[in-house]
Design a protein around this ligand. Structure first.
Ligand code: PXP
Length: 238
């Protein structure tokens, strides 16, 4: 059965809007876990626009499920990962001006740096996942650099206009999954998934974990985290 890791970055975004202490992503993570989340995802960005170093440190002590730390491929972030020891690191591309993570990691371009940094983190017992487009060459390169998992970027599917474009993107994901499976890579998925557009994706067998943030936290702002997480879990697990 597929798992749900709840991304709590947007709780920190609201806190940072006033520069205070509330709402605390640590409390949000605990409530998401109580509602049944299988893991907590957080993205420590280089510019610290939402999640702060303190959040990573405290969450490492309080998360009872699994911590998935999203981060850029930099020496600073690798050092933080080696100190924090999250269960999983998901490497993502990071542009200072983007609103959220846009596009997947270019594994082909970053091969040598990835190989070296992935080996370091794997030696420390961290499972390493690469956030990539469902592109055959990127998938092959992910296997070559030693990744354990890929996280398929579902953004293009979620933004597709009309049924035929959406089906085309879904097919792209399906083909990517089949290639990844043949190479022995684990498969996660995320970005832009909500309570409606996730339904066709759930029919593709083989996705181990969904990383979902914006739609859950948006719903939580109206109905509460417990209900928002449970509603998503009902869709994923039936
Ligand atoms: N997966 C990755 C790698 C991401 O960078 C993000 C966005 O932070 C997500 C999943 C979650 O995307 P969303 O907030 O659109 O659900």
């Amino acid at each position: 059965m597929a798992k749900l890791s709840v991304n709590i970055d947007h709780i920190a975004t609201i806190r940072q809007a006033r520069g205070g202490a509330e709402p605390d992503p640590v409390a949000a993570a605990a409530l998401a876990e109580l509602a049944g989340a299988d893991g907590i995802t957080l993205h420590l960005r280089e510019d610290r626009r939402h999640i702060q170093d303190r959040d990573v440190e405290v969450l490492r002590k309080t998360i009872k499920t699994r911590m998935n730390l999203e981060m850029a491929l930099t020496d600073e972030m690798v050092a933080i990962a080696l100190k924090t020891l999250p269960e999983t690191v998901t490497l993502v591309p990071e542009g200072r001006h983007e609103l959220t993570t846009e596009g997947g990691l270019d594994v082909i371009l970053l091969q040598s740096s990835l190989k070296q940094k992935i080996a370091l983190m794997k030696q420390a017992g961290i499972v390493v996942s690469l956030f990539i487009e469902p592109d055959l060459e990127q998938i092959k390169a992910s296997h070559k650099v030693g990744a354990d998992y890929i996280e398929i970027h579902t953004g293009m599917y979620c933004e597709a206009k009309g049924t035929s474009e959406r089906n085309e993107q879904l097919r792209r994901i399906e083909l990517g999954m089949s290639a990844a499976r043949k190479l022995g890579l684990g498969i996660n998925a995320g970005h832009g998934l909500d309570y409606r557009n996730i339904l066709p994706v759930l029919k593709l067998p083989g996705i181990e974990e969904y990383n979902i943030g914006h739609s859950i936290i948006s719903r939580a702002s109206l109905v509460g985290i417990d209900r928002a997480v449970r509603d998503m879990l009902t869709l994923i697990k039936g």
